[in-house]
Design a protein around this ligand. Structure first.
Ligand code: AMP
Ligand code: TRP
Length: 324
């Protein structure tokens, strides 16, 4: 058995969308058996960058952790933990801060976009990628998976690691393999398929949506006037997005899905998709309730497990910096 140590982070803000499921969770399910351990961090500290009054971060962490297990991640293999419970994350972020310039951080697309939309240039929004870099290096992961929108932050991680390792004269920060899932990595908004499906948008599918909501949302999804079903994301973003969703849920290549759907019209295709989605979601939702009941206990155990790894790594780093 291979000894792959996998790491990823997911923000604690609202529920999980179909985009999270197909873009981020699905690829993990696919490789779970090849990994020795799958570490999933619920990034509650990252979610604080845009403060939300009255938002219950902890409850949200438990909901997300339960949903992740309900999607099929195995408890023995997959350690889901809460970022703010392990103080080494913020500590390492501080220790790495001298190895990146404010100019570089200011060029991050996500920072520029959020700064515009939130009308704030707060310090946490700017320094967010440094915390992400700390997350990445704290567990000596072999494989780190992120969504397409996080690509620039990975480049930053490489730069910081290079600068830091140069300073130390050894490879203290181990560069993992970074992976960005390709097909299906980006699920688009149902009403505006030129935009990514996101929980901050109005038209996303939540993994906890009831069947009636799914019917309404899929029936209302924007398509076009050409009846035939085929994949062409540039000219036909709406129908192509639905094909992507359908193919992934069915474990098919998009060409296979196209072939299967070639004699269907939009209406028939949407009914098939509704049926498929509701079947998948009902399995997830049933398992979610079971997990939610005992998630606190599971996560606390995971936090303890990972805290030991994080402390070990921090000790080595602090020793190198003569802080020990
Ligand atoms: P977020 O919900 O933005 O914290 O993202 C968590 C993970 O899900 C990241 O790896 C994202 O890239 C991925 N993700 C979020 N929305 C989508 C989407 N619409 N399509 C594909 N992946 C997504
Ligand atoms: N920033 C990531 C996102 O918004 C979440 C995240 C935080 C992450 N730390 C990470 C992902 C470390 C991978 C590795 O999706």
């Amino acid at each position: 058995m291979s000894k792959l140590r996998f790491f990823t982070g997911i923000q604690a803000s609202g529920t999980l969308t179909l985009g999270n499921y197909l873009g981020a969770i699905y690829p993990i399910l696919k490789i779970q058996d090849e990994c020795e351990i799958i570490i999933i961090m619920i990034a509650d500290l990252h979610s604080l960058t845009v403060p939300k009054p009255n938002f219950n971060y902890r409850k949200n962490c438990y909901e997300i952790a339960s949903l992740l297990y309900a999607c099929g991640l195995k408890e023995e293999k997959c350690k889901i933990f809460i970022q703010s419970e392990i103080k080494e994350h913020t500590e390492l972020a501080w220790l790495l801060s001298p190895y990146i310039t404010v100019g570089e951080l200011g060029r991050m697309i996500q920072y520029k976009e959020k700064k515009k939309s939130e009308e704030t240039g707060n310090l946490a929004l700017l320094s967010y990628p440094v915390l992400m870099v700390a997350d990445i290096f704290l567990y000596d992961a072999d494989l780190v998976v992120v969504g397409q929108d996080q690509q620039q932050h990975l480049e930053l991680a490489k730069n910081i690691a290079k600068n830091f390792n140069n300073f130390c004269g050894k490879e203290l920060l181990k560069l993992p393999t970074f992976d960005i899932p390709k097909f299906g990595a980006k699920i688009m908004d149902l009403k505006d398929p030129t935009k990514k499906m996101s929980k901050s948008g109005n038209d996303y599918i939540s993994l906890l949506d009831e069947p009636e909501k799914i019917v309404k949302k899929i029936k209302g999804a924007l398509t076009d006037s050409e009846e035939k079903i085929y994949y062409d994301p540039a000219k036909r973003p709406g129908i192509s997005n639905l094909i992507t969703i359908y193919a992934l849920l069915n474990d098919q290549k998009k060409e296979e899905a196209e072939r299967e759907l070639q004699n269907s019209n939009h209406y028939q295709f949407k009914l098939k998709l509704i049926d498929l989605l509701n079947k998948k979601l009902s399995v997830i939702q049933k398992s979610y309730s079971d997990y939610f009941f005992r998630i606190q206990e599971i996560v606390e155990k995971n936090n303890k497990h990972l805290k030991i790894l994080a402390e070990k790594k921090m000790f080595l780093i602090k020793k190198e910096l003569k802080l020990k």
